[in-house]
Design a protein around this ligand. Structure first.
Ligand code: SF4
Ligand code: SF4
Length: 191
């Protein structure tokens, strides 16, 4: 977001509730690589122990960390895999792009979230637009991959993840997408 708009910065208070409220948490193809390396597991071991492919409410298949009792990596209300946590966790809650006033209505189900203490402003949270652009690319590739593959298989996953990593090195594409995200956020603010 441009600094001139003075978007408020979100300060997470680490209550941990957003890591306990969902039955699963999305992991991209690249997240699977990063987390398995961080845990010192082979990718298929990590996938077998912690993950599955689900059909999301949006009707597409996606890889997830299963969390029947909260995310298995949540330790004492903190993320136990912080440095390699999934891209979706890095961009929450800034990724919504909604003005804070509206976003607060959407997080009512998380009564302890620090966002509820923020002033009702008509600007979105300050966000790293390039990170959001990278999130979108990871999301699209992962969704496409699991539209074509029933489950996790190391060889095709590795090839697809290499292609994804290559795409993420395309600086012009990241910039183009970041600008589109900025325009989307501005449109949501001016509704
Ligand atoms: S990976 Fe970390 S940040 Fe993401 S849901 Fe699990 S504990 Fe929370
Ligand atoms: S619910 Fe909000 S304050 Fe609590 S850990 Fe999640 S983002 Fe941070």
């Amino acid at each position: 977001m441009p600094e001139a708009r003075n978007e408020p910065k979100f300060e997470c208070e680490c209550c941990g509730l957003c890591c306990r409220r969902d039955p699963y948490y999305a992991v991209s193809l690249l997240d699977i690589r990063n987390i398995s390396m961080g845990l010192g597991l082979r990718p298929e071991e990590f996938f077998r122990q912690y993950c599955d492919v689900v059909t999301t409410p949006g009707g597409f298949r996606y890889s997830v960390i299963l969390a029947p009792d909260g995310c298995p990596f949540l330790k004492n209300a903190l993320c136990g895999i912080h440095l390699v946590k999934p891209i979706g966790c890095w961009v929450f809650p800034e990724s919504s792009l909604l003005p804070v006033r509206d976003l607060k209505k959407h997080v009512n189900a998380i009564p302890t979230c620090a966002i509820l203490k923020m002033p009702d402003v008509d600007l979105p949270l300050a966000a790293d637009l390039e990170l959001l652009a990278a999130r979108d690319i990871q999301f699209e590739h992962t969704k496409q991959y699991f539209a074509q593959h029933d489950s996790f298989e190391e060889r095709p996953w590795r090839e697809a993840t290499d292609r994804l990593a290559e795409k993420l090195r395309d600086a012009a594409e990241i910039t183009r997408r970041a600008e589109a995200i900025r325009a989307r956020a501005e449109a949501l603010t001016s509704r």
